[in-house]
Design a protein around this ligand. Structure first.
Ligand code: NAD
Length: 256
């Protein structure tokens, strides 16, 4: 379905981004990976699906590096047809103890980077009159939780950016939508599981149950594979007139 298209997925060396990159590659899309840590493993997983794979290590908090990544994608693949703004970090602390540099980093990586990638990808998408922009927000783009001020602010912001991007391109073949996962057991959440286990003196299994029990009625983690399939839907012909939604996949978190 996506043969001949190129997807740039930020933060795709791990977790949800890698899940979405694999799902798009299964549909035939070439993929530009981005992110830190092990690159060879994720690259091999995507390449095994028979598509062309690129990688750029831009730090999403650095606009000049984001511009360099956009140039790399255009030079290697012609253009970006599918942009997935996924890179994100978390820091958990009450506002009165929240380190200002963590606030700045979260806003830069989780929100501002998506403005830059989007402004850089749109001109070519508008020329070809086809594009899919998928912003990985969170249930925290829809509701708040204590001790996550920067994250909740950034995620509400990206839901707003999603709506404006969708509206500005509403008469074109370019759509923009947000995905709002609940708990997904990736390294980002494993850190919160481990912190709770050590603070409360409980096992990791018990800490997971407690986290799910507080927020997620299904008592199940959403998986990167399920989120990848939702991204594929947004890219499919059936998704052509889905514009500006923030679609939660959260085990009932926001229904409460
Ligand atoms: P993860 O830690 O597994 O992956 C994060 C990815 O972002 C990695 O590839 C990492 O290298 C990359 N990254 C981090 N900082 C970067 C930077 N400065 N520049 C470029 N890349 C950077 O986390 P995840 O859980 O897969 O999170 C992915 C996205 O999903 C994030 O935006 C996160 O907020 C969102 N999300 C996660 C959950 C969850 O429960 N895990 C829930 C809702 C939303």
């Amino acid at each position: 379905m996506l043969k001949g298209k190129t997807a740039l997925v930020t933060g795709s060396t791990s977790g949800i981004g890698l899940g979405i990159a694999l799902a798009l590659a299964k549909q035939g899309a070439n993929v530009v990976l981005n992110g830190f840590g092990d690159v060879d493993g994720p690259r091999a997983q995507v390449e095994a699906l028979g598509v062309k794979v690129g990688y750029h290590g831009a730090d999403m908090s650095k606009p000049a590096q984001i511009e360099d990544m956009a140039k790399y994608a255009a030079a290697q693949f012609g253009q970006v047809d599918i942009l997935v703004n996924n890179a994100g970090i978390q820091h958990v602390a009450p506002i009165h103890d929240f380190p200002p540099e963590k606030w700045d980093a979260i806003i830069a990586i989780n929100l501002t980077s998506a403005f830059h990638t989007t402004r850089l990808a749109l001109p070519a998408m508008r020329k070809s009159n086809w594009g899919r922009i998928i912003n990985v927000a969170s249930v925290h783009g829809l509701v708040g939780s204590a001790e996550k001020s920067a994250y909740v602010a950034a995620k509400h912001g990206i839901v707003g950016l999603t709506k404006v991007t969708a509206l500005e391109n509403a008469t074109t073949g370019i759509t923009c939508n947000a995905i709002c996962p609940g708990w997904v057991l990736t390294p980002l959440v494993q850190k919160q599981v481990d912190a709770r286990a050590s603070e409360r003196g409980v096992s990791a299994e018990e800490a997971k149950k407690q986290l799910l029990g507080e927020k997620e009625p299904s008592m199940q983690f959403t998986t990167p594979e399920e989120l990848g399939d939702l991204a594929v839907f947004f890219c499919s012909p059936a998704g052509a007139n889905v514009r500006g939604v923030a679609w939660n996949m959260d085990g009932g978190w926001v229904a409460q």
